[in-house]
Design a protein around this ligand. Structure first.
Ligand code: DON
Length: 310
């Protein structure tokens, strides 16, 4: 019996409404980017896709939202593919234990970000992509559309602009890394790309589909094309496990036990290599900036299905 056959997804999903009714909708919607606060904070969606291409869904799983930092998994994937192991001269793979937008570690570590998911690391990844790609925004969104299998996945100009108008910390980080010689391109060009990739909108189903290559040894199951090598897919999952939730990565490993990545739009994607990918969306965030109900429901899910990777 394969592990997928061993999991009764239907039964576990059927109990989600009851479980959800016992979880308070605590926390706050992200407001440091004003446009992000224009969201109905009662929304909740979850969608799971198995490697045998079965889908399970509940709630607002078809409604698009701002995926924010979850896009950093895809930009990291592309940068690793284009730059190869040279990338590791400029960014690390260690958990930061700090908030996603923390500046202090960067000075202590001479402008080399701890990992590709904290903002400093994600900005550095954007610099790598701006160096490699002729039209970074166009080429990146084409990759995302291929992974999702839909032509209408887009940046949200409204959110990108709102973030640009308030992105002083990100600008500070980039300038700081540039002062150490770790950024090669024009700061405004890199920032513009970064704000756009954070503004991509998807629903839970699309988000789960976009990361299926990480469940499938680096192969996009929609077209059987290799996105990254099997070894790199494993490494991306390893970085998600240790760094995907910033200073809450330990808690997520402890309670959910899957590699995953969160975004301040309230989305979380998590996956069990070779078995399933699941995306959840609930906009209110806990004090660490991760979806409050999203984490709780994933904890319920891996507990009920006994499907943490540990
Ligand atoms: O850089 C920022 O502030 C955002 N655009 C992305 C933040 C984010 O989603 C962090 N993760 N949870």
């Amino acid at each position: 019996m394969t592990p997928n056959d061993a999991i009764n997804y239907e039964q576990v999903f059927s109990k989600i409404p009851t479980v959800l009714s016992t979880i308070k909708n605590l926390g706050n919607v992200a407001s440091y980017i004003p446009e992000l606060s224009n969201v109905d904070d009662t929304k909740f969606g979850i969608h799971l896709i198995t490697t045998q291409n079965k889908s399970f869904s509940y709630g607002d799983a078809q409604e698009r939202f701002s995926i924010q930092s979850i896009a950093k998994v895809l930009s990291f994937t592309l940068a690793l593919k284009l730059e190869g192991k040279e990338l590791w001269k400029r960014v690390g793979v260690e958990p930061s234990g700090n908030a996603f937008n923390s500046l202090s570690q960067l000075e202590l570590e001479n402008g080399i970000p701890r990992n590709p998911f904290i903002n400093a690391g994600a900005l550095l990844i954007c610099d790598v992509l701006v160096s490699h790609l002729k039209n970074p925004k166009e080429e990146f969104i084409l990759l995302v559309r291929k992974l999702v299998g839909k032509d209408d996945i887009n940046y949200c100009e409204r959110i990108a602009l709102s973030e640009k108008e308030h992105g002083f910390r990100n600008a500070a980080m980039l300038n700081f890394m540039k002062s150490y010689g770790n950024i090669n391109n024009d700061v405004d060009a890199v920032l513009d790309f970064y704000f756009h990739l954070c503004s991509i909108e998807m629903n839970c189903e699309e988000l789960a589909q976009s990361m299926m290559y990480l469940c499938s040894n680096g192969i996009n199951p929609l077209n059987n094309e290799e996105v990254v090598s099997p070894s790199r897919a494993k490494r991306i999952n390893a970085v998600m496990q240790l760094c995907g939730f910033y200073d809450e990565a330990g808690e997520f490993s402890f309670k959910v036990g899957l590699p995953g990545k969160s975004g301040v739009g309230g989305g979380i994607v998590a996956l069990h290599p070779l078995i399933y990918c699941v995306a959840v969306w609930s906009p209110k965030l806990n004090e660490k900036g991760n979806s409050y109900r999203g984490m709780k429901i994933l904890e319920y899910f891996t507990t009920q299905t006994e499907s943490s990777i540990f």
